[in-house]
Design a protein. Structure first.
Length: 400
C-alpha cells in the first residue's frame, strides 16, 4: 500500500474512533462528557499537527522527485541524441560504434523515472534508434562478409605473385616488385579471422625467399666494393710512383712513356667498379688529384720545351737576318770583285753559305721532330762551325 493510502486510512480511522468516543461520552454524566470531549479535541489537534508535518514533508519529497525526474529526462534525451547519431551513421562505421551503443543501453537502464508525460515518447524513440542501429549492424555484417571474400581473392593473388618472384634472376627488380606487393597488401582490408594467420604466413614465406636473396646479393656487392676500394688504392700508389720529382731531367721520350703508362692506369681505373659509398667520393678525389699533379707537371715540361723552341727560332731568325745582311755586303763586294776578276772566290763563298743554311735548317728539323738525335745534331753543329770558319776566310780574302 502506498504511503498516501496509508495516511488516508489512518486519518479515516482516527476520525471514526474519535466520533465513537464522543458518542460514548454523551451517554455519561455531563462532567465526564466534557472531559472526554476536551481530550478528543487535544488529540485531534495533535493529529492535525502530525498530519500537517506529513504533508509538508510529502510536498518536499514530491518536489525533490520532480527535480530528479527532470534530470533523468534530460539524461535520457541526451542518450537518445547520441543513439540517433549512431543509428544514422555510415554503415561501414557501425561496428566501431557498437561498444558505444552498448554503453548507452547500460546507462539508460541505470537512470530512474521521468515525468509520466514523457515516458511513452521516450520509450518509442529509444526502441526506434535501437532498431535502426542494429539494422545497420546486420547490413554491415553482410557487407563485411562480401569484403572478406573480395579481400581473400586479392591477397591470394598477391601471395601467388610473391611466389613467382623467386624465378626472377634480377634480384633488385624482384625486391622492388616485392615492396610494391607489400604496399598493396597493406591497403587491402582484412579477411575472415580464421584465414588471416595462414594467409599471412604464406605471403611472409614467399617474401622471405626474396629477402634472403636480396641480402645475399648485397652482401656480395659490398664485398666486391671493398675489393674495388683496395684495387683503387693500389692503382693510386702506382700513379704516385710515375710522377717524377720536380728536379728530374726528362726528355720528350721519357715523358711520352710515362704518359702512356698513366693512360693505361686511367683505363684500368674505369674498369674498376664502385667502392663503398662512404669511401667512393674520397677515393675518386684522391685519384683525380694525382692525375692532375702528373698532367700539370707534363704540361709544364712541354710549355718549357715550346719556350726554348721559340727562343731557338728567334735566334735562327736573327742569324738569318745577319746572314742576309752579310750576303748584301758580299753582293756588293762581289760586284767589285767581278770587275777585278774574282768570280771564282764568289762562287766558293756562295756554295759555303748555301751549305751552312741547309745544315742549320736540318738542325731545327731534327731538334723538333727526331727522338734520340742528339749525336747527329752535335755532328752537324761541328760541320756548321767549320763551314762558317771557311766562309769567314773567303769573305776576308774578298775584302782584301
Amino acid at each position: 500500500m502506498a504511503v498516501k493510502d496509508q495516511v488516508d486510512h489512518i486519518k479515516t480511522q482516527f476520525y471514526r474512533e474519535t466520533a465513537e468516543v464522543a458518542e460514548s461520552a454523551a451517554e455519561v454524566a455531563e462532567e465526564a462528557a466534557e472531559g472526554a470531549e476536551k481530550a478528543v479535541d487535544e488529540l485531534e489537534e495533535q493529529f492535525k499537527a502530525v498530519l500537517a508535518e506529513y504533508k509538508t514533508k510529502r510536498a518536499e519529497l514530491a518536489a525533490q522527485q520532480t527535480k530528479e525526474m527532470e534530470a533523468n529526462l534530460a539524461r535520457k534525451q541526451a542518450i537518445l541524441e547520441v543513439m540517433k547519431t549512431l543509428a544514422e551513421g555510415e554503415t561501414d562505421a557501425v561496428m566501431s560504434s557498437l561498444p558505444r551503443m552498448r554503453e548507452l543501453q547500460a546507462e539508460w537502464k541505470t537512470i530512474g523515472p521521468v515525468p509520466a508525460t514523457h515516458v511513452q515518447e521516450l520509450r518509442k524513440q529509444y526502441q526506434k534508434y535501437q532498431e535502426q542501429f542494429y539494422d545497420l549492424v546486420k547490413i554491415n555484417i553482410e557487407l563485411r562478409d562480401l569484403d572478406f571474400k573480395k579481400n581473400l581473392e586479392l591477397k591470394t593473388a598477391l601471395c601467388e605473385a610473391a611466389e613467382r618472384l623467386k624465378n626472377n634472376n634480377n634480384i633488385v627488380e624482384a625486391s622492388r616488385a616485392l615492396q610494391q606487393l607489400h604496399d598493396e597488401w597493406a591497403e587491402i582490408g582484412p579477411v575472415a579471422r580464421e584465414l588471416r594467420e595462414d594467409l599471412w604466413n604464406r605471403f611472409k614465406e614467399a617474401s622471405s625467399v626474396i629477402n634472403k636473396k636480396h641480402q645475399a646479393f648485397f652482401d656480395q656487392l659490398h664485398a666486391k666494393e671493398k675489393e674495388n676500394l683496395e684495387a683503387k688504392r693500389a692503382l693510386i700508389e702506382e700513379l704516385k710512383a710515375l710522377i717524377p720529382a720536380e728536379d728530374a731531367k726528362l726528355g720528350i721520350k721519357e715523358w711520352e712513356e710515362l704518359t702512356a703508362k698513366v693512360q693505361e692506369l686511367q683505363n684500368a681505373w674505369r674498369k674498376i667498379g664502385f667502392a663503398p659509398k662512404k669511401f667512393n667520393q674520397a677515393i675518386y678525389d684522391e685519384y683525380r688529384a694525382e692525375c692532375d699533379r702528373f698532367f700539370k707537371a707534363r704540361t709544364a715540361f712541354f710549355h718549357s720545351l715550346r719556350e726554348r723552341r721559340k727562343e731557338r727560332e728567334q735566334q735562327h731568325k736573327e742569324y738569318l737576318e745577319r746572314v742576309k745582311a752579310r750576303e748584301e755586303r758580299a753582293r756588293q763586294r762581289a760586284e767589285q770583285l767581278k770587275a777585278k776578276g774574282g768570280d771564282n772566290i764568289r762562287k766558293v763563298r756562295d756554295r759555303l753559305k748555301q751549305e751552312i743554311l741547309t745544315a742549320e735548317n736540318n738542325i731545327l728539323f731534327f731538334t723538333a721532330k727526331s727522338k734520340g738525335a742528339n749525336k747527329l745534331v752535335d755532328s752537324m753543329r761541328k760541320k756548321i762551325d767549320e763551314l762558317k770558319k771557311k766562309l769567314e776566310e773567303v769573305e776576308n780574302s774578298m775584302e782584301d
